[in-house]
Design a binder for this molecule. Structure first.
Ligand SMILES: [Zn+2]
Ligand SMILES: [Zn+2]
Length: 238
């Protein structure tokens, strides 16, 4: 009965608000489309990466080998930020505040992650936190939304609140040079529960990886507590 009511409620809701693709507004037909709020056409159009990415030069790294520029972490970027549809989705999530966009985005990340087939022992998922004032301004943390769906897809544990943002920094887009970005981010993260980090594979989630300054500031505090490995998993690299 409960299930019937829930289905009836969904059907009724869909008559009033037919599910549409977040990118092109086309009506969604099959269950998979409805589930990720994206039509098959848009999903197919998005250029997907099939290997790890070098955090420094953004080269593709075949066979999951960190062989390009040396790095203390791995970068799993599902797509490229040049892709118009990805930009559109991320923009709608962050600035259009369409939180339903987190689902197709995390779905892309999850598929990328499956494809990489990385060796992950004792994984925990940690979203890059926003400072509480910034989160209040936006109403949500996009990385947290993506991480929640991603963790659910992957059947992994999400550890929210372990990593904290202690400094209110201006939006990265407004800071010009790499040096400025690094300076702004100094001492901006803190670990709340260090024992959770030890010997774990940390999967750090963010929406976009540009210079890596934010992720690297977070990684520098994470690394103080002996993680096994750090993987930065993002929707897109710029
Ligand atoms: Zn579409
Ligand atoms: Zn490189």
């Amino acid at each position: 009965m409960q299930e019937f009511l829930s289905k009836a409620k969904t059907a009724f809701f869909e008559i009033l608000f037919p599910p549409i693709c977040i990118i092109c507004s086309r009506n969604l037909i099959n269950e998979h489309e409805k589930n990720i709020n994206l039509c098959e056409n848009c999903k197919t159009d998005i250029q997907k990466n099939n290997s790890l990415t070098c955090p420094t030069c953004k080269s593709r790294l075949p066979q999951n080998k960190n062989t390009c520029h040396r790095s203390s972490y791995y970068l799993a970027a599902a797509t490229n930020y040049n892709d118009q549809k990805i930009r559109d989705l991320i923009w709608k999530l962050k600035y259009g505040k369409i939180t339903a966009a987190a689902k197709p985005l995390s779905n892309l990340l999850s598929e990328h992650f499956n494809l990489l087939n990385l060796d992950i022992e004792n994984p925990i998922v940690i979203p890059i936190p926003l400072h509480k004032n910034r989160k209040a301004e936006r109403g949500f943390n996009q990385a947290e939304l993506i991480a929640t769906h991603f963790a659910k897809n992957q059947n992994l544990k999400i550890s929210d609140g372990i990593l904290m943002r202690t400094k209110y920094t201006p939006p990265q887009a407004e800071t010009k040079t790499a040096k400025e970005r690094h300076k702004n981010l100094e001492n901006s993260f803190k670990i709340k529960n260090a024992s959770v980090i030890e010997n774990k594979t940390i999967i750090l989630i963010d929406d976009v990886f540009t210079t890596g300054a934010t992720a690297e500031a977070a990684i520098s505090v994470i690394k103080e507590h002996n993680p096994k490995k750090v993987i930065v998993a993002v929707i897109a690299h710029a």
